[in-house]
Design a protein around this ligand. Structure first.
Ligand code: B12
Ligand code: SF4
Length: 479
């Protein structure tokens, strides 16, 4: 997984993905493919080490590749499950210690998780630099500045230490991040992920201008939308097809913030008649039947709606900018057109009441063909509208207090245990409903389906499996 050898050691960059979380499936490190594209175009030699699929240890990889720089990617901070929290910060700190014990290579930290708590993670982890937001342009600029002894002011989103260890932060500018490099896909890495059921990502745009109260996406990618052309997306899908990938995930924060963009990409994909299926995140609004029909012609198989609630007062407090009626209509169109759809719901955020929970549950039963993923409470992240409203600083708390131990907002009088029991009970009766990670028996069945060549995220099969399990003793029961 490298373009090794004859260049001087100073130009070698090891790209390391620390993410080994495998729910709902292992996620292909698309961010590293972008970094690799930028670095190679600038003449750097690269190699990827991936905690999920690399066979040797990180230390042995460092020993053989002898990089001058190590770019560490931190995707997940935690699993965002209030009832079953799992933090990944310890793994990052441990990894930095291990690296420092075997090399003097410069360590640079980035990734979506890092971009949410940059100051806090930079202060805790033993790294030389951090980069917030899009990495491909900034990383190359940083390495060139180090090598030429240039100033670091022009590196968007950079964190570094000045005299007396004061942390210097350059603002991240989505304006600088033009989203113009192409990802470089490593065939070996892709194959290893495909074998584990991953759906490699394709990104058609960056940035989200909206302001849902809990959301970190505009902080990670900026608020300014930047688009790839339809032809560019077709070219990438073709490249993936030639590497054996025939089901992808459009990883845009939301695919349909701009209808013109959806039309351009889908018309190009439909005209190209690729044998590629895909899925994406959608806002359940501004979706006409014609637009969904076009998406279907372009290859969409599943859509994931960020609906969050089915109660209008709650949707308003969450800052969603759409109503239950629009959710219902979007879901109905998808169902009528044979597109699998699921809705993500967040229970217990600002404005939630026992009545609004009841309303959402009742309405969830009335939308045909939909699957639901229920989450409890809102993970609190710095700089979000929710954070600004609650202003934890007024109580003497800092962002760091919210990092290592994941902390959630839960509207009184709810308790995490009470709400979990309530939502989990639904799973006994509703087979199209999931709270948290699926049970281990389900994962075994999924692994068998994947071995038989079944593609996709599998939630479209959970309903059937849960129905079967509820009728079989010793099968998939919910305790
Ligand atoms: C698509 C997506 C998913 C899809 C993935 C589909 C797929 N097949 O790939 C699904 C639905 C499966 C998913 C699941 C989960 N996700 Co998710 N997901 C995303 C999303 C929207 C986009 C990720 C992406 O691919 N971006 C495109 C690539 C190109 O960008 P990137 O990886 O960030 O890399 C760029 C920069 O970060 C940077 N960079 C990356 N690494 C490095 C390293 C260095 C050194 C430098 C300099 C720069 C750098 O440069 C890259 C190129 O510009 C992000 C939110 C967001 N907008 O970022 C959340 C996000 C990554 N997910 C998140 C989480 C938590 C999860 C889950 C745990 C479930 C959950 N409860 O949400 C699981 C975990 C899955 C796993 N096994 O790891 C969090 C992670 C942070 C956190 N809060 O802990 C995010 C940020 C959303 C959030 N809630 O804040 N996810
Ligand atoms: S939840 Fe979706 S639409 Fe809302 S701000 Fe986040 S990315 Fe944008």
């Amino acid at each position: 997984m490298s373009n090794e050898s004859s260049l001087p050691a100073g130009s070698r960059v090891l790209l390391a993905s620390l993410n080994r979380y495998d729910q709902p499936y292992p996620v292909y490190p698309l961010g590293l493919a972008y970094l690799e594209g930028g670095l190679r175009a600038a003449g750097y030699r690269t190699k990827i080490w991936d905690a999920n699929v690399s066979t040797g240890t990180l230390e042995s990889c460092i020993a053989t590749f002898e990089p001058a720089y190590i770019a560490l990617s931190m995707r997940n901070i935690d699993n965002v499950q209030y009832h079953n929290p799992r933090s990944f910060v310890g793994e990052l700190l441990d990894c930095c210690r291990r690296i420092r014990s075997v090399t003097t290579a410069r360590l640079i930290l980035g990734g979506s998780g890092f971009s949410i708590f940059p100051k806090e993670l930079f202060a805790m982890a033993d790294v030389d630099y951090g980069i917030v937001g899009d990495g491909e342009v900034s990383l190359v600029r940083l390495l060139q500045a180090i090598e030429c002894g240039g100033g670091l002011d022009g590196v968007s989103g950079l964190l570094h230490r000045e005299a007396a260890d004061a942390i210097q932060i350059n603002p991240f500018s989505a304006r600088d991040a033009a989203f113009c490099t192409e990802p470089v896909h490593d065939p070996e890495l892709l194959r290893a992920y495909a074998a584990r059921g991953a759906l490699p990502g394709v990104q058609t745009q960056r940035g989200c201008p909206l302001r849902c109260c809990y959301c970190t996406y505009p902080l990670i990618e900026g608020r300014r939308s930047r688009y790839r052309t339809g032809q560019n997306v077709v070219r990438e899908m073709r490249k993936l097809l030639s590497l054996g990938v025939s089901f992808t995930f459009i990883v845009d924060s939301v695919f349909n913030t701009c209808v013109d963009h959806v039309v351009e990409v889908c018309e190009a994909l439909a005209a190209a008649k690729l044998d590629m299926e895909w899925q994406c995140f959608l806002r359940p609004c501004n979706l006409t039947r014609e637009l969904l029909e076009l998406m279907r012609r372009a290859g969409v198989r599943n859509v994931e709606f960020g609906s969050d609630s089915l109660s209008d007062p709650v949707l308003k407090r969450y800052g969603k900018g759409f109503t239950y009626e629009e959710i219902q209509q979007s879901s109905r169109y998808a169902n009528e057109l044979g597109i699998n759809c699921c809705h993500y719901l967040i229970f217990g955020g600002p404005g939630e009441t026992p009545d609004s929970v009841g309303e959402t549950l009742a309405r969830a039963q009335s939308m045909p063909g939909a699957f639901y993923f229920a989450a409890i409470g809102m993970r609190m992240y710095p700089e979000t509208p929710l954070w600004r409203d609650l202003a934890p600083e007024k109580n003497g708390e800092t962002a760091g207090d919210y990092l290592v131990v994941p902390r959630f907002f839960l509207e009184p009088p709810f308790t995490v245990g009470g709400l979990y029991e309530r939502l989990r009970r639904q799973q006994l009766h509703w087979h199209n409903w999931a709270v948290g990670d699926p049970p281990p028996e389900f994962l075994d069945t999924v692994a068998k389906l994947r071995k038989r060549g079944v593609r996709g995220p599998m939630w479209e099969y959970i309903e059937t499996l849960q129905r079967l399990a509820s009728t079989q003793e010793g099968g998939l029961r919910v305790d």
